[in-house]
Design a protein around this ligand. Sequence first.
Ligand SMILES: [Fe+2]
Length: 478
Amino acid sequence: MGNKFLEGNFAPVNREHTITGLSVTGHIPEYLDGRYLRNGPNPLSEVDPATYHWFMGDGMVHGVRLRDGRAEWYRNRWVRNPRLARELGERWEGGAAAGLGANTNVIGHAGKTLALIEGGATSFELTDELDTVGACDFDGTLPGGYTAHPKRDPETGELHAVSYFFGSGNKVQYSVIDAQGRARRTVDVEVTGSPMMHDFSLTEKHVVFYDLPVAFDSEQAVAASVPTALRTPARLVMSALVGKVKVPDPFGAKLRQRISGNAGLPYRWNPKYPARIGVMPREGGNGDVRWFDVEPCYVFHPMNAYDDGDTIVLDVVRHPKMFDTELLGPAEGPPTLDRWTVDLAAGKVVEERLDDQGQEFPRVDERLVGRPHRFGYSVSTKDGSASSGSLLKHDLWNRSVRSREFGDGAQVGEFVFVPSSVDAGEDEGVLMGFVYDPATQKSDLTILDAGTLETVGAVHLPDRVPNGFHGNWVGNQG
Ligand SMILES: [Fe+2]
């Protein structure tokens, strides 16, 4: 049985490279001093195409170091965890860890490089050169898993996040990690059940929760990860946990281990689950959250959000459904760019479509997280969240969109914006991301002028970078 998330440029690569002397076409701006890093699934061992879910592959981080107008190195490394280290024949000294190797995002914070994942699985600290140091729980201040989508407040440098884990029942956790890398505040927030809450939104005044109808499915979890003979009692145990019981460790840790290992995803579309967004003042608590109904849908990724008088503007990539009939990866109709305006006075959400072409991986200038943005960038996609051939630049003032194509069959990953200086204008700088060329079966780190979308330079890599998830520019200053 075929699985498109194992084919073409979704297929994993089987080598770790350390390459210096990279060839470059065009020009690498001198102000780029740092690393472009990107994470994604890359299963090490053979997986079963009938059950392999794209979100469940072992993590691999790809990185390119830029300095003084040159590309100093390219490295790709599996994110180790105890199981992966064992499979690679390595000693593991990185501490206890649950779930998959972190495969979803990679960030820099408080001088550390962190490979991130969600859903109760352990995130990992990496060295500057992408080797795994060990499990990350923010110096013990935030045990139990984090999220792949923290937001850095551009004012304070703090990381805000919402974490979920089915074993926490009907609670998700909002957290603030300070600029030194320790949690200074956590708030447990009650939701309907056990949703997959992949991301959230942050404004200058508010935290926004997306409590949408993709929820933990105990039968799916059991089918994917437990031998047939054990399924009935295991299903009972799982069902008892969902939405009701706080899982004590080490039992919870065992369950987390069970929901791992390149198998199916234990979350599915649940038509009975209400679609709501929750709005909490930043310094508020569970009792302060106001809930607003929206049309049933799923949102992996907001583009950005901001306060505007008595309203909150949420630009989101909206999927009409998720994991209903397609259970191996996101592919349930075209995800569109929508604007949800939360009217706090009237107590309702106005939903409008900004762009009806399929797209994913929305990003803005990180200096504007939680503030009004004019420009946003996304990747056009024809089949869900899979990468595709063009990059979109949205002008949300003029309500217009421009497209940059990359040639026949090119596969485009998420692009990130890097300003040319701290006080550069909103699209004064570059966009960078990986572009795969099927003719050469290799990828480039492609650098575009964010204003014009013209190519500035390209770093040619010795191998391909499989279609993956999220990346970031980790600058050496700031
Ligand atoms: Fe994501």
